[in-house]
Design a protein. Structure first.
Length: 222
C-alpha cells in the first residue's frame, strides 16, 4: 500500500496547524485559558494556556501520521493489506479532519465563540460513520480492522464480523451526531457516548467468537 501522498498531505497540514497555533496564541488575551479536554458528556474539564493547547492537535496529528505511515511496513499479510487500503485511507483522512476541527474548537474562544457541549461528540460521531462505512471493505490483517483470534484466522469470520461492525459503527455514529445536534442533558449525552462506543467496540468481538463457535464444527455453513 502506498502512503507517501497522504503522509505529505498530513505533514503539510501539521505545519499549517502549527502556524495557526502560533498566530492565535499571539492574539489571545493575556491569561486566557483554552479547552483541551472534554468528558464523555462533552463538557470541558481541562484547560491550558493558548500555545500548548493549540499545538496539541498538531502534535497528535503528526504522531498519527507517523503511525499510519509505518503500519504498512510492519504488516506481515501484505497481500491482504492492499484490500484494506480503503479503510486505512478513510480513517487516516478522517482523523486528519478531526484534529483540524478540534484545533478550531480549541481556538474558538479567542474569537469570541463558545462551541456547545455537543461539538466534540459531533466530531466523534462523524468519524464513527466514516469508519463504519469502510469497515466491510477490509480483509484480515494484524494492524487494520477488528482483530480477534477468530477474525484473523478465518476470512469468512472477518467478512461477517466487519459487516456487522460497519453497521454498528454507523448506528453509533448516527446516534452521537443526533445527540450532539439536539439540546439534550449532559446525562443523556454521556449515556449515548458510552453506550454507542461499547456497542460498536464490544458486540463485533463477541460476534466473531460466536461465529467461530457455531462454524467450527460445521465447516463454512451459515
Amino acid at each position: 500500500m502506498k502512503v507517501r501522498s497522504l503522509l505529505l498531505v498530513n505533514l503539510l497540514l501539521v505545519a499549517l496547524m502549527a502556524g495557526f497555533a502560533f498566530w492565535v496564541a499571539g492574539i489571545a488575551p493575556v491569561g486566557m485559558e483554552l479547552p483541551t479536554h472534554w468528558n464523555a458528556a462533552g463538557e470541558v474539564d481541562q484547560t491550558m494556556s493558548p500555545l500548548p493547547a493549540l499545538l496539541m492537535p498538531a502534535g497528535v496529528s503528526l504522531f498519527v501520521a507517523l503511525v499510519f505511515a509505518v503500519t504498512p511496513m510492519l504488516e506481515p499479510l501484505q497481500d491482504k493489506l492492499d484490500k484494506s487500503a480503503p479503510l486505512l485511507r478513510a480513517v487516516w483522512i478522517g482523523i486528519m479532519a478531526l484534529f483540524v476541527a478540534l484545533q478550531g474548537i480549541i481556538a474558538a474562544p479567542v474569537f469570541g465563540y463558545s462551541p456547545g457541549a455537543g461539538a466534540i461528540m459531533l466530531l466523534v460521531g462523524l468519524l464513527f460513520v466514516v469508519i463504519g462505512n469502510t469497515l466491510p471493505k477490509s480483509r484480515p490483517g494484524f494492524f487494520v480492522g477488528i482483530r480477534t483470534p477468530w477474525t484473523i484466522t478465518d476470512e469468512d469470520n472477518w467478512v461477517a464480523t466487519h459487516r456487522l461492525g460497519g453497521k454498528l459503527f454507523m448506528l453509533a455514529g448516527g446516534a452521537l451526531v443526533i445527540a450532539a445536534l439536539l439540546d439534550v442533558s449532559a446525562g443523556l449525552r454521556l449515556a449515548v457516548m458510552l453506550g454507542g462506543t461499547l456497542l460498536a467496540a464490544l458486540v463485533p468481538v463477541i460476534y466473531s467468537w460466536w461465529f467461530w463457535r457455531t462454524h467450527s464444527h460445521t465447516g463454512k455453513e451459515a
